[in-house]
Every structure is written in C-alpha cells, then in structure tokens.
Design a binder for this molecule. Structure first.
Ligand SMILES: C[S@@+](CC[C@H](N)C(=O)[O-])C[C@H]1O[C@@H](n2cnc3c(N)ncnc32)[C@H](O)[C@@H]1O
Length: 244
C-alpha cells in the first residue's frame, strides 16, 4: 500500500478514538508478557500514542518510539511524563529510519505489519536492531472476521460507508508465515495469545463491556480458537549477521 495513504489515515487519529478497547487489550498483553522490567532499551515500532510502551517507562528503561504519523508522535509526546522525558526518543518517520547501529533488548511491533508496503523490510529491520537474547512482541490479524465469512458483505458495505477503515488493502499475514519469517532471523516463540473484537452491533457498547467481551475471548480456551488477532512473544536465540 502507498505509505502516504497509511500516514494520512493515521494522522486523522480516528484509530485512538475508535479502538480504545483494542489498544487497552494490547497494552495488557504486552504488560503480561513482560512483567516488571528494568535497565532495558525498548523500541516501539508504530507506537501510536505510546499506550503500549509508555507503561514500561521508568528511571532505568529507555524507550525509542517511531511512527510514520506526525500526529501520532505528537500524541505520544503528550503522554510522556516530563520527569522521564530524557529516557524517551521520539522519531517521526517510517521504521526504516531507525539506525541499525542502535540495539534493543525489546522490540514492539503491534498493529503495524498490516500497514507496511514491504513486510520483508520490516523483518530485516527487526533482525538488525534486536540484540541476541532480545524479545520481540509482534501482532498479526490474518483473518479479521473469523466468526463468519458470511458477514463479509456487511463489513464491506459498513467500511465503505463509515470511512473508519483505511483506503488500502491491509496485509493479512498468516501465523505460519509470521513464525517462518521469525525463525529465519533466529527467533523462537515463547508465548502467544489470540482474541476477538466485538461483533457487529456491539460497536456502540461501552468500553467496559467491549473489554469484558474481548477478555472472555482471550481467556476462554474455546472462544480463543476463533480469535482474529494474534500476539506473539518471541526471543532471539541465535546471533545473526546483519540483513540488508
Ligand atoms: C494500528 S496503529 C497501532 C498503534 C499501536 N502500536 C497499538 O497497537 O495501539 C498502527 C501505527 O503504526 C504506524 N505506522 C504505520 N506504518 C508505519 C511505518 N512504516 N513505520 C512506522 N510507523 C508506521 C501508524 O501511523 C500507526 O500509528
């Protein structure tokens, strides 16, 4: 997809307003995967307003946040507490802008793979900046509507009329392909979760009710199998050479 369309879409900041439950659940998963951490360098690719990485900001952790949308970066900046601003680097641009000379203990890449024109480039960047032994948290949504392909016509018309979804085709990276690409750069899966978002008709539910539904689909073993969104915690086991 053209990167300019991606930037234009996220500059509208509708994502923050319309997806507060999505952001909340992702932030919880990241916290749950990592627990309390200190003395680490964290890279948040496609940081949005920083909701996923800023909870890990403290006196000892250093966070680099990169986002193609200047409006998102501005929101992230607002969310950085003044007394910890010296531990945060905010970068406005596509992820390629991150120097390969920088090395991180943790890389977050949540909600991004669907929007990049070249997924292989994203993997190369991750390969080049993640330290050996480092952790990657990455998300993919291979099928947005697993509950029923029957609902596709409904979603198609709704999305067309609402303008809430991007005007480009998202990458629907399959889990097997994601794990294969991860293996290719020496990453192995430690944990994963899977959950669904509210069905049509539930979109006007309160944040609390939507969270309750999504948490049910996350925690219930049967419901989880129908989840549309997958988040993986992977660890880099092998020392890899630089990828260009
Ligand atoms: C769906 S939002 C996810 C935000 C946050 N990570 C979350 O999960 O809530 C995708 C974010 O990635 C950013 N983005 C898209 N393509 C990007 C790229 N090539 N480089 C950096 N950021 C990008 C968008 O501007 C947007 O803020």
């Amino acid at each position: 997809m053209p990167q300019n369309k991606v930037k234009v879409f996220f500059d509208r900041l509708d994502y923050l307003k319309n997806s507060s439950d999505r952001i909340d659940i992702r932030a919880r998963v990241v916290r749950q995967f990592l627990g309390e951490i200190g003395n680490l360098k964290i890279l948040d690719i496609g940081c949005g307003d920083g909701s996923l990485s800023l909870p890990m900001l403290n006196e000892s952790n250093r966070i680099t946040m990169v986002d193609i949308s200047d409006q998102m970066i501005a929101q992230a900046q607002k969310n950085v507490p003044d007394h910890l601003a010296c531990n945060v680097d905010l970068i406005n641009g596509s992820f390629e802008i991150i120097s390969d000379a920088l090395q991180f203990d943790i890389v977050l890449c949540v909600g991004v793979i669907a929007h990049v024109p070249d997924v292989a480039r994203l993997w190369r960047k991750i390969a080049n900046v993640l330290k050996p032994g480092g952790l990657l948290i990455i998300e993919t949504t291979p099928n947005p509507y697993p509950i029923g392909k029957l609902l596709f016509p409904y979603y198609f018309v709704r999305n067309l009329l609402s303008g809430k979804t991007p005007q480009y085709a998202k990458n629907r990276v399959k889990v097997a392909d994601l794990l294969e690409a991860a293996k290719g750069i020496g990453l192995e899966s430690l944990q994963s979760v899977r959950y669904s978002f509210p069905l049509p008709g539930m979109t006007h539910w309160s944040h609390k009710a939507k969270m309750r539904y999504t948490l049910f689909t996350l925690n219930n073993k049967f419901a989880s199998r129908f989840g549309s969104e997958h988040i993986f915690l992977l660890q880099r086991t092998a020392m890899e050479t630089t990828h260009t």
